[in-house]
Design a protein around this ligand. Structure first.
Ligand code: UDP
Length: 251
């Protein structure tokens, strides 16, 4: 059992994990105690959305794994705690979890996104990770009256890993409401818009942007609608610097 440090970063938290150690946690979740373990992504946008939403806050506070998804979180962890943090992007982690699931034979259920996106993403994952058991899937537009059926389908599928691709805070709200009815799921990751990326609807940034920590910038110039979401980045950066100054003053 590996014990993972969790660092507070302004209003949220991130775990001191690498891709490898985070995948080891998934093995622990699936093969360990009989409950749903939750995995979410920590990024600067969440620093502003989480405190204002009690359900989101509770889900993040009690999450079993908080991935250092955004470059802002990683830079903040390095600056505030001097740890050699590296990004573990939720989108890549989801696919590495699929690789692991294929190797270990863990059954997977994929819930979320538009019907065509969900179907295409499932097909792509099956091609990318031969042998993966995707035992069920559903688009993310199931009406409230269809929810009992969906829960029955997830339970009957025997899925140990559930990916929730409803966007935030919808996926956290769904878990708060229905999580206790999941019988076999042991690891549940909120993956936001990842299925759109896998299905090829949304392109990930070219490698050069990812390696230089400028994925956010690529996403901004390729989709200016994101400006609203990303305008929090400079505020986040200045708050982290202020926090660093406060730590120095109080030392
Ligand atoms: N979505 C869904 N059901 C809904 C609303 C949204 O399945 O009722 C899906 C949507 O199709 C998209 C994802 O949720 O695939 C939201 O992606 P976004 O990038 O906005 O999420 P984030 O990563 O920001 O949480």
């Amino acid at each position: 059992m590996n014990t993972t440090k969790r660092y507070p970063i302004l209003n949220i938290w991130a775990d001191d994990v690498t891709m490898e150690s985070a995948l080891e946690k998934v093995v622990e979740f699936v093969e360990g105690d009989n409950r749903v373990h939750t995995i979410f992504a920590a990024n600067p946008e969440k620093n502003f959305s989480v405190p204002g939403d009690p359900i989101l806050y509770e889900k993040y506070r009690t999450a079993d794994l908080l991935l250092p998804d955004g470059i802002g979180i990683v830079m903040a962890a390095r600056l505030l705690y001097k740890i050699p943090a590296k990004r573990v992007p939720g989108c890549e982690f989801m696919q590495e979890t699929c690789r692991l699931a294929a190797e270990k034979g863990y059954p997977v259920f994929i819930y979320g996104a538009e019907e065509t996106v969900n179907a295409k993403a499932v097909q792509t994952l099956q091609e990318r990770f031969p042998g993966i058991q995707i035992v069920g899937r559903s688009n993310g537009y199931v009406p409230a009256e269809g929810m009992d059926d969906l829960i029955d389908r997830i339970n009957a599928s025997g899925a140990a890993i559930l990916f929730l691709a409803l966007g935030s805070p919808r996926q956290e709200q769904w878990l708060a409401r229905y999580g206790s009815r999941l019988e076999h799921v042991r690891s549940c990751q909120g993956i936001g818009g990842t299925l759109d990326v896998i299905a090829g609807n949304v392109k990930r940034a070219p490698v050069v942007f990812c390696k230089t920590g400028l994925e956010w910038f690529y996403r901004l110039i390729s989709d200016p609608k994101r400006l609203k979401r990303q305008r929090v980045l400079p505020v986040f950066a200045s708050q982290v610097l202020l926090e660093k100054m406060m730590i120095k003053i109080h030392r």
